[in-house]
Design a protein around this ligand. Sequence first.
Ligand SMILES: C[S@@+](CC[C@H](N)C(=O)[O-])C[C@H]1O[C@@H](n2cnc3c(N)ncnc32)[C@H](O)[C@@H]1O
Length: 286
Amino acid sequence: MTTAPQTRTARERARARLTEAGVPNVEGDLNALQERFPPDASPHALARFETAVAERCRRIPLGHLIGSVPFDGLELVVGTGVFIPRHESTSVVEWAASTTTLPYGGTALDLCSGVGALGLALSRRRPDVTVTCVERDHTCLQYLARNAARNESVLGPVTVRAADLTEPGCLDAHLGTTDLVMANPPFISPLWRLPPEWSRHQPPTAIYSGADGLHLIRRIIELAITVLRPGGRLAIEHDKAQPPQVNALLHGDLFAEVTTLPDTAGEPRITTARRTPSAHRHTKCA
Ligand SMILES: C[S@@+](CC[C@H](N)C(=O)[O-])C[C@H]1O[C@@H](n2cnc3c(N)ncnc32)[C@H](O)[C@@H]1O
């Protein structure tokens, strides 16, 4: 394929600016920006490309500039104010979609659903399963509803629910009836240093969770105890440094088969467990 001189120059200039700004994957980002904002058609097109490059140099995440992100066979719309699903999370969906994990015709909860990545991808792989996506943030809920509607033809039954998981009784409609709970919650401690894409441009409520980063993970485990049926499964994403703490939280007689799995990058970032049949509590969610 031949490239117009104007495009070549624009690309070279952009490469130098992105490199100087410390953008991690310069060639990948350059290709994506060029495809989304081709700089070769007119001065107006060139200006649009250069604006996008300037924003990327300010470390605005690529997904927010492109407006969508591929995730496990779906193209999900994203934008400023929402967390951008990470390819690495597809390992959760792969695990969840197995019939050993989730029985035919079962029910699944995607907690902290964001724009719907885990719940919608599971539904695409397993349209026999009834999926409920639970999210608190109003902006995320709008993207989630759009993503569910856009992909409706390839999904099974999906319900989008607005709820704050820290509220008492938030999952009372699901007590003891759920086959699978999966969550990629906020899990970062404010004491950790993050790249600007995360610390400046993703919503803080999607990233941070208490002083040790584990506040919402603790809450999700509490909720999973009440909503999972005996034998039901739990999968939680966390930081690669957190397996000991998450394993310790699941220790005891309420969960068995506690296992930490690698994500697609090989990092130990997903802990799964099975709700034990014994000692099952039917109490309401505190
Ligand atoms: C790390 S993002 C993950 C989003 C999605 N699961 C994914 O993998 O792309 C965490 C999400 O949790 C949501 N969240 C944070 N606190 C919450 C709460 N108390 N109740 C419900 N959702 C919450 C945030 O709004 C954010 O969308």
